[in-house]
Ligand binder design. Structure first.
Ligand SMILES: *Cc1c(COP(=O)(O)O)cnc(C)c1O
Length: 407
């Protein structure tokens, strides 16, 4: 009999979202007529932009004819999409990224989860607390996280504490780490790093030979000038950073599936002999072996995000969610909550009013206000005593929820 990967058995079951679902279903069964408003899920409510759907239909029709039919595409993604990304997401901001530094994928979850494969399991990994669970769990699966304690914390991970005192922006690690996962604008806290704050992280990485894995899934929600959209806006970052992007939250691709990863050619790490090895070529090797590209039809849909109509439609979509964030943030503050985020991110991170623990407050909101949020403690130890409101719902529901909270 084959032995299993024991690392999988150490990972606590995905408690957060299944427990939310369990409690919501239990309540619904007991109270079938109550109108529950969900502000927990990071899934979007508005449909895909027309430009994307039209592009998909055109691309689908091409598959009817032997002349325009597409079979296997390049594992790294089609040139048309990589060029559109290079010009619109980077050149327009004065960043010079080459097309072969861009790898198209089926989303940032896969890429942030898979990137660890190109690094040794001996590396020290830093994650923020709280954080997006994928970073922690995939390192645990690889055997890089060590052993888990009763608080769900791993012995070999370095937790960068984020709390009200530091405005949910972490301090640099006190010990030398090799890999650092940063997600800004942040899920779940909505916090951001300014250019000068992010520059401190790039300096740290350069000084200590660390690599920053920068998750920019929410860059499209940035409203303030001083907040970098890409880590490559910071001088020297191309030597020490890999960046992850997604069309999911930007353009409604949560079900359509497309994202990309930027691995600059200058970014290197050492092999055992002390030689510098290009991470771009390692990631290329990994992708060409394990991935056969994102569907052509989907890549055409993603390309349409950058068309003139696509840009207007995506902006309208984002404006809608930004207004939701603004309403939630403003109303929570009026109601006396201490809140973070919501300005450059679709998440509002609120302290429970009387120091209740996250799950107790979850139960209160579900039972007394029929509002579902995400308990902050599910994202890490430092999330205890906080809850996350997501702004991806319908505006009417957001208003209704805020009314219920304030009465
Ligand atoms: C939603 C999200 C992603 C993107 O996921 P996709 O796989 O592209 O849908 C990546 N990182 C964070 C932090 C997210 O919240």
């Amino acid at each position: 009999m084959p032995k299993i990967n024991e690392n999988f058995t150490k990972i606590p079951a995905s408690y957060l979202f299944s427990e939310v679902a369990r409690r919501v279903n239990e309540y619904k069964t007991a109270n079938p007529t109550h109108n529950i408003i969900r502000m927990d899920i990071g899934d979007i409510k508005l449909p895909l932009p027309d430009a994307c759907v039209d592009a998909m239909i055109r691309a689908a029709n091409e598959q009817r004819s032997a002349v325009t039919f597409r079979g296997y595409g390049p594992e790294q993604g089609y040139e048309f999409l990589r060029d559109a990304i290079r010009n619109n997401d980077f050149r327009s901001r004065g960043i010079d990224i080459a097309s072969d530094e861009i790898f198209i994928s089926d989303g940032a979850k896969s890429d942030t989860g898979n990137i660890g494969e190109i690094f040794s399991i001996d590396n020290y990994v830093a994650v923020t607390d709280p954080s997006y669970p994928v970073y922690v769990d995939t390192n645990a699966m690889a055997g890089r996280a060590g052993e888990v304690n009763t608080n769900g914390m791993w012995s070999n991970l370095v937790y960068l504490q984020c709390n009200a005192d530091n405005g949910f922006t972490p301090y640099l690690p006190e010990i030398k780490v090799d890999l650092i996962y940063l997600c800004y604008p942040n899920n779940p806290t909505g916090a951001t790093l300014t250019k000068s704050q992010l520059a401190c992280w790039v300096d740290y990485a350069r000084k200590h030979g660390a690599i920053i894995l920068f998750d920019a899934a929410y860059e499209a929600f940035i409203t303030e000038d001083d907040v970098p959209h890409s880590i490559f806006e910071i001088e020297g970052a191309a030597e020490v950073a890999i960046e992850f992007r997604s069309f999911s939250k930007t353009a409604g691709f949560t079900g359509t599936r497309c994202g990309y990863t930027v691995v600059p050619k200058q970014v290197t790490s050492r092999n055992e002999k002390g030689e510098n090895i290009s991470l771009n070529s390692l990631w290329n090797r990994r992708q060409t072996t394990k991935f056969n590209g994102t569907a052509y039809i989907i890549q055409r849909a993603a390309e349409a995000v950058y068309s003139p109509e696509g840009k207007i439609q995506v902006k309208n979509l984002l404006d809608y969610y930004k207004q939701n964030s603004n309403i939630i943030r403003t109303e929570l503050i009026k109601a006396g909550y201490t809140v973070f985020g919501g300005i450059n991110a679709p998440y509002i991170w609120a302290k429970t009013p009387n120091g209740e623990n996250s799950w107790d407050y979850f139960d209160f909101l579900l039972n007394k206000k029929n509002i579902v949020i995400t308990p902050g403690s599910g994202f890490g130890h430092c999330g205890q005593g906080y809850v996350r409101f997501a702004a991806f719902g319908k505006k009417e529901d957001v208003y209704e929820a805020m009314n219920r909270l304030c009465t």
